[in-house]
Write a protein that binds this ligand. Structure first.
Ligand code: GLU
Length: 423
């Protein structure tokens, strides 16, 4: 069960907060900012831990722990998803909030980063229990969130139904129907067309741009996707529809491989709502084997710390595009870059989700809604611009793509924090 294994918090190299801080520091140094800017940006400005009592189906009361981190609100309200996962930790949520700030900076949204998480396993909970946790979380954090303060959204194991419960709970507290409080809602509650597939669309656009740079034809390219959740499953479909050959996919329990290309439509049809599908097959390979398959494009779309110094030398892809948050360690980033593999980092590749969330929030604020085509056209422009600013920074400043992405991503909030007189 490689893809669902908790990161080893005793191993510094797998400490996502530490590695994020290392690159933020490097980026600020390259841009010439003084130490106090780093001191401000190395941690969220606000971090709330809450305890959420929920009556379970067997009538017992269970207390869940939740977090909300707000990294930096100099540019605008903070924004970012809420994940439901047994391995959620304070450190992880903090790192994820910094990544959200960087994403907003790269695609130039008027936001800072935020992130939330609840320690729970939705795979083992009923609908009613999930509703209890979702509503309880909103009641606990209601004072620090809101459409002009901090706007939640979906993340790992949360979806539009959970956003709907959260929006309803917030609207009750606010005594006003407030769709702009949260994004990733069902369309009938003010959700945006194209939001559900937005992360995968953004990744697809990055793959197309990366392939242009590497002279790879997407048609016929061999693609491996690790993870079959929201990002991974839509991405496999988009790649398949673009004429690529998706030769490997995986979930938390194992992986499937077919050098001739997998039947993606069949797999999509059979996956459950948590992206599990490999349990239906007798012949599977491990997640480790999947990552090392001979392919052109590798997309880690599952969880953190999947490509490390232990397997980076065995990666055979020419292009690695990070649809998940934090799938590659810093040591592995260096190995891949030194080997000439084009790595499109998470804070750029996965920015499509928050971009369409921004579009959803704008539509909620103006009360006027766009078509799917309008959303896609706008997303395309934003992602291509983001990709090129990172790629060009990497070229002109002679840094790897991750450092380039951090340099592009951190600049606006550093500047805004200085204009406000904070540092
Ligand atoms: N959870 C997504 C992310 O990590 C989307 C956040 C949002 O839409 O605000 O980027």
């Amino acid at each position: 069960m490689v893809a669902d294994k908790p990161a080893d918090s005793t191993n510094d190299k797998l400490d996502v907060l530490k590695s994020t801080q290392t690159v933020v520091k490097k980026a600020l140094d390259k841009l010439g900012y003084p130490q106090e800017v780093y001191e401000l940006l190395k941690e969220p400005v606000r971090m709330m831990t809450v305890r959420i009592p929920v009556r379970m189906d067997d009538d017992s009361i269970k207390i869940f722990t939740g977090y909300r981190a707000q990294h930096n609100d100099a540019v605008g309200p903070t924004k970012g998803g809420v994940r439901f996962h047994p391995n959620v930790s304070e450190k992880e949520v903090k790192a994820l909030s910094i990544w959200m700030s960087l994403k907003a900076g790269i695609v130039d949204l008027p936001y800072g980063g935020g992130k939330g998480g609840i320690v729970c396993d939705p795979r083992e909970m009923s609908f009613r229990e999930l509703e209890g946790v979702s509503r309880g979380y909103v009641r606990s954090i209601s004072q620090i969130v809101g459409p002009t303060k901090d706007i939640p959204a979906p993340d790992v194991f949360t979806n539009s139904q959970i956003m709907a419960w959260m929006m309803d709970e917030y609207s009750r507290i606010d005594e006003f129907n407030n769709p702009g409080f949260i994004t990733g809602k069902p369309i009938v509650l003010g959700g945006s067309h194209g939001r559900e597939s937005a992360t995968a669309k953004g990744v697809t656009i990055c793959i197309e741009e990366a392939c242009k740079k590497k002279g790879i034809d997407v048609k016929g390219a061999r693609v491996v996707v690790q993870g079959f959740g929201n990002a991974g499953s839509f991405l496999a479909k988009f790649m398949h529809d673009a004429g690529a050959k998706v030769i490997g996919i995986s979930d938390a329990y194992g992986a499937l491989h077919d050098p001739e290309g997998l039947d993606i439509d069949y797999l999509l049809d059979r996956r459950d709502s948590f992206g599990t599908v490999t349990n239906l097959f007798k012949t599977t390979i491990t997640n480790k084997e999947l990552l090392e398959l001979d392919c052109d494009i590798l997309v880690p779309a599952a969880i953190e710390n999947q490509i490390t110094e232990d397997n980076a030398y065995n990666i055979k892809a020419n292009v690695v595009v990070e649809a998940a948050n934090g799938p590659t360690t810093l040591e592995a980033t260096k190995i891949l870059s030194d080997r000439g593999i084009l790595l499109v980092p998470d804070v750029l590749a996965s920015a499509g989700g928050v971009t369409v969330s921004y579009f959803e929030w704008v539509q909620n604020n103006q009360g006027y809604y766009w078509t799917e085509e309008e959303v896609e056209e706008k997303l395309q422009k934003v992602m291509v611009k983001g990709f090129n600013s990172v790629y060009n920074t990497a070229e002109t400043r002679r840094v790897d793509m991750r450092l380039a992405a951090y340099m592009v991503g951190v600049r606006k909030m550093a500047e805004a924090s200085r204009f406000r007189g904070w540092v």
